[in-house]
Each structure stands twice: as structure tokens, then as C-alpha cells.
Design a protein around this ligand. Structure first.
Ligand code: ZN
Length: 162
């Protein structure tokens, strides 16, 4: 695992986290760091997703080929507001490894410990790679577009709390 330095994982993540809220970026780095200590190698596969990209993803398995991967239409995912990210795990050779095993639960645990919501806890469509941080904002609040002020206000409260 000579290739899998923590610095390298953090660098990889940085490239995927453009347009993601600063605080969510910080939490994703923290997840990577803490998982690394447990020999779990986390990479970020996706952060911000435009509403158009979300629409496309939603049609997969419904009106376009592939299997259903999301229940969220465009504007109905925290990815669309830069408040979510997805991860993958690497094996010791640095290859993406989708085997669902205890490493995923461990990563989920770490994420929750640092205040993230984890898609692995969802009832309807389990989404192990997914983490989000909502600032207590609902998707309808975010869709209404009146959220940025409120988000900042809530963020400052959250920052005090942590
Ligand atoms: Zn996701």
C-alpha cells in the first residue's frame, strides 16, 4: 500500500469537491483522515451534482438503460446544493472495491460521529456511499432558493456547537 498515502487520498478528494460547501468539504477530509487510521481508504467519487445531472441519473433504470440508483429527481438531492458527497473504498492495491463489508459500516459510523448523515441508514434505498450535511434545511427550503441566508445563520450556530 505504498501508494496509498493519506496526503494522496486528501489530494484526490480535493479535485472532486469543487462547489461543495466548505464545511461539508472539511467533514469529508475528516472522514478520510479518521478512516485512514482504521486502514480504510476512502476516495470521493462525487460531490456537487447539477439539477440537470440529477434528472439524468433519475431517468436511469426508468426511461433509460441501467438500474435505478436514486429516488431523487433534479432538485431533490442534497448533491444539487453542494451538501452531499459519495465515497468509494480502495483495497490495499489502490483499486476501487465495492464489496459491502464491515469497512462500510465503519466508514458510516465515523461519518455519523463527525455529524454527517449516512445513506447506509436509509430505509427505502440504502445508499452506502452517500453522506450529507443539511444544516437542518429541508430540500423544499433549498428548492425555494431562500436558503442561503438561513444556511449561513444555521451554519454559524452549528459551528459554535462543534
Ligand atoms: Zn450521494
Amino acid at each position: 500500500m505504498s501508494d496509498l498515502s493519506l496526503d494522496k487520498l486528501l489530494k484526490k478528494a480535493e479535485n472532486k469537491l469543487q462547489n461543495v460547501h466548505e464545511m461539508v468539504q472539511e467533514k469529508s477530509y475528516e472522514l478520510i483522515r479518521q478512516a485512514y487510521k482504521e486502514s480504510i481508504f476512502v476516495v470521493i467519487t462525487e460531490g456537487f451534482r447539477s439539477i440537470e445531472q440529477q434528472h439524468k441519473l433519475y431517468s436511469q433504470g426508468r426511461t433509460t438503460p441501467g438500474s435505478i440508483v436514486t429516488n431523487a429527481k433534479g432538485g431533490y438531492s442534497y448533491h444539487n446544493y453542494g451538501l452531499a458527497f459519495d465515497i468509494a473504498l480502495l483495497d490495499n492495491n489502490g483499486e476501487v472495491d465495492w464489496t459491502i463489508d464491515r469497512r462500510w459500516n465503519k466508514a458510516g459510523e465515523i461519518g455519523k460521529r463527525i455529524g454527517l448523515e449516512w445513506g447506509g441508514d436509509w430505509k427505502s434505498l440504502k445508499d452506502y456511499p452517500h453522506f450529507q450535511y443539511t444544516f437542518g434545511l429541508s430540500l423544499s427550503e433549498l428548492r425555494s432558493g431562500k436558503s442561503s441566508e438561513k444556511q449561513t445563520e444555521k451554519a454559524s450556530r452549528v459551528l459554535i456547537k462543534y
